[in-house]
Every structure is written in C-alpha cells, then in structure tokens.
Design a protein around this ligand. Structure first.
Ligand code: ADP
Length: 224
C-alpha cells in the first residue's frame, strides 16, 4: 500500500469503537488494518485448524492463549506483512506478554503511537447490545445505523448479523478480562512515552478527528 507508513495500535474496551476507527484511519493514512478478532472470526467461519482451536474462547469472551495469537501475528508479518508500509493494529496486543512480543517483532520498526479510546462502560454496553457485524469483512453496523439493503453489508455484500460473543454474559466477561489483562498495557505504553488517550464518546467522525489530531501531532511522514 502506498501510504504514510504510520504504525499504530488502538486500545479500548470491547465496543469502544476500535474496529470502526481502525477502518477510518486505515483509509485516511493509506495503511492496512489488522484486527486479530476479525482474523479469528474468519478462521472460525472457514473451519480452519486455527478456527477450531479458538472457537470456544471467542464464544465465551475468553482471551485466546498468547501463543496462538502471537503465532498468527508473527505469520502475518513474516509473510511480507506491512512493517515498512505501516499498519493499524486493532485488538492486539491485549496482554503484557503480547505487548512485549510486539516490541521484539517491531525492534527495527517501532510503533509511532498507541491510542487508547476511552468510553464509559454504560456506553459500550448500549453500543454492543445494538451492534451487528458483517460475517465476511467485519464491517460494523447498529440497529440505529443499518446497511442500505436489508442486512446485507454495504462494503462487501456479506450477511450482517449479531456476533456470537455479543450476548450479555460474554460481554460482561469480556469487560472483566479487559480490566484484568489489557488495562496493564496502557501503563506499559505510557512508560514508553507512546500513549495518547482520546475521548471515544461522540459520533465516528468526531472521534476520528480527535485521533487524527493526536497522530498528526506526533507522527511526521518521511521519517527514516
Ligand atoms: P472486542 O474488542 O469487541 O472484544 P475483538 O474482535 O477485538 O472484539 O475480539 C473478539 C475476541 O477475539 C476476544 O474476546 C478474544 O476471544 C479474541 N481475541 C482477539 N484478539 C485477541 C488477542 N490479541 N488476544 C487474545 N484473544 C484475542
């Protein structure tokens, strides 16, 4: 991809808008969007060996074990993934072990910025209750923001459905897991001087403007 080359990570609770914002930022900066959640959901849908390994974790809102996640991400970058071209990671890293592994993978291509999208829990519960997603490309919709034609994805024509892990029980568990396992990496990136926190309440374009302001304040294309 012939873009800016920016290297970003998005952090935030389930339903904070990471996927939506990653798609907008990927178009804005011309870099690829890698969502480990989308990779795993596609693997489950296709019934690949990785899909069979991870299905039960996804359904219950449990984290996929680090070694599986790291294998998938390493394979992505090793297969000519976009270290030079830039990328936006959404849903990875999610544990300290993953964050430390990512630092190793990116030793010659360090992250430019880690954006923490902050949204109160009551907001994310509302958003997830109405959230619907394309089974094919992961594009997200909402009961109040539907695709143009029935429940057919505007982007790729796939079926738009409720995610299996967007049930009340699985969401409650995902929020607990986020607090226990992922919140510590906010501190990890803060100590590295790479963290910017952004208010994620508001419509998608407002949040995007806040993110772009932080990124453009810190990243200058053409760095060596
Ligand atoms: P959300 O942020 O809304 O919870 P994701 O699509 O990022 O949704 O993740 C969905 C599920 O995929 C997680 O609950 C977990 O089971 C699995 N998953 C995705 N990324 C990771 C990761 N980096 N580490 C462990 N599990 C992951």
């Amino acid at each position: 991809m012939n873009g800016s080359g920016v290297r970003l990570v998005l952090l935030g609770k389930p339903g904070a808008g990471k996927g939506t914002q990653a798609a907008l930022l990927s178009a804005h900066y011309g870099v690829e969007h890698l969502s480990t959640g989308d990779v795993f959901r596609a693997a489950v849908a296709q019934g690949t060996p990785t899909g069979l390994e991870v299905k039960a974790y996804l359904d219950t809102g449990e984290l996929v074990p680090d070694e599986i996640v790291i294998r998938v991400v390493d394979e992505h970058f090793a297969a000519g993934g976009p270290l030079e071209d830039g990328f936006i990671l959404d849903g990875f890293p999610r544990t300290l072990v993953q964050a430390e592994e990512l630092e190793q993978v990116l030793v010659d291509h360090p992250l430019d910025l880690v954006l923490n999208i902050e949204v109160p829990t009551e907001h994310v519960l509302d958003r997830i209750a109405g959230r619907r997603a394309c089974v094919n490309c992961g594009a997200t919709y909402h009961l109040t923001k539907r695709p143009h034609v029935d429940w057919t994805c505007d982007v790729c024509g796939g079926d738009v459905v409720q995610r299996d892990d967007d049930t009340a029980d699985a969401v409650a568990h995902r929020l607990e897991v986020y607090a226990a396992q992922t919140v510590p990496i906010i501190d990890f990136y803060e100590k590295l001087g790479k963290l910017a926190s952004v208010d994620g309440v508001g419509d998608g374009s407002e949040v995007q403007e806040r993110l772009v302001k932080e990124i453009d304040g810190r990243f200058h294309p053409g760095r060596t």
